[in-house]
Design a protein around this ligand. Structure first.
Ligand SMILES: Nc1ncnc2c1ncn2[C@@H]1O[C@H](COP(=O)(O)OP(=O)(O)OP(=O)(O)O)[C@@H](O)[C@H]1O
Ligand SMILES: [Mg+2]
Length: 274
């Protein structure tokens, strides 16, 4: 829908005056992020990270590295201890930022009282999308994710893989420009994994920025243009898969991962405990 030549309303409802156009600012900009949980454990420490608009970005690291904490901070699920997060230039707590981000969480976290069609419509309503448009999008996404025949089921009646697809559908309902997928392929079968790869590539080609976490290094290698390795709340390596392979002198990302983590262990041992 065109208002004036300089005020085009995009599919996500933002105007040119509100949010800079493609490529003008990073999709995500994190500065000095620290998260200390109640009880005193610091999961993320003074972390800086920029993800360019349009990137397919992989965030890798062992269990407990802080990936979900970082994502939670971006999505206002985790309160920052210190630092600043901007989403396409907007403060992460702003309405604009919330509208620009879609999250498929690591934990399957779905409303047990609504059927899955209603759940999608409800989610869209939360982002200010009218009921009729929301119903149209819900039908479209349920078909895309092969859940059309289950629209009247509750999520408890879906298989685990179907629930993963539903999480993805929900994350896309408000057409976010930054799509965050926290281990979307954990525990899914070969076929669904291939579908998720295809959907996320398609989304990226259509202009969405993707932030993906995964423990499958071959998945990151296949999908991501850029990767950050996180270890104990700090980024220990970052670059394209090719640049990382060159930097660490190895033939694949599994080698990069092993070397980066070993180097970090060595540095810790040399530095000793504080
Ligand atoms: N609510 C919480 N309270 C206290 N500590 C927490 C909380 N949530 C996470 N942590 C701790 O923060 C650290 C980072 O956890 P996080 O879930 O961010 O890791 P992750 O990189 O996503 O790991 P995984 O690969 O297992 O999903 C862990 O040591 C975890 O125990
Ligand atoms: Mg996690």
């Amino acid at each position: 829908m065109l208002l004036t030549s300089s005020h085009t309303v995009r599919g996500d409802g933002t105007r040119d005056g509100d949010t800079p156009g493609p490529g003008a600012v990073p999709a995500l900009s994190v500065r000095g992020l620290t998260k200390t949980y109640r009880g005193g454990f610091t999961a993320i420490e003074a972390l800086d990270l920029d993800i360019p608009d349009g990137a397919f970005f992989g965030l890798l690291g062992p269990n407990g590295a802080g990936k979900t904490t970082l994502i939670g901070a971006v999505c206002n699920l985790v309160r920052l201890t210190a630092g600043e997060i901007r989403v396409f230039g907007h403060g992460h707590e702003s309405r604009e930022a919330r509208r620009l981000v879609g999250l498929a969480e690591q934990e399957i976290n779905l409303d047990r009282f609504l059927n899955i069609g209603e759940m999608l419509v409800y989610h869209a309503g939360y982002h200010g999308i009218g009921r009729r448009e929301a119903q149209r999008r819900a039908r479209e996404l349920l078909d895309l994710f092969k859940l059309g025949s289950k629209a009247n089921s509750r999520h408890t009646e879906l298989s685990g893989g179907m629930q993963r697809r539903l999480l993805l559908a929900r994350a896309l309902m408000h057409r976010p420009r930054l799509v965050i997928l926290d281990e979307p392929t954990a525990g899914v079968d070969v076929e669904l994994r291939a579908e998720i790869w295809r959907y996320t590539r398609m989304l990226n080609e259509l202009g969405a920025t993707i932030l993906l976490t995964t423990h499958y290094l071959e998945e990151a290698e296949a999908l991501c243009q850029e990767i950050a390795l996180l270890r104990a709340g700090r980024i220990v390596a970052r670059g394209s898969p090719e640049a990382l392979r060159l930097q660490f002198g190895v033939g694949d990302l599994a080698g990069v991962y092993a070397r980066a983590m070993a180097a970090e262990d060595g540095a810790r041992a040399a530095g000793g405990p504080p």
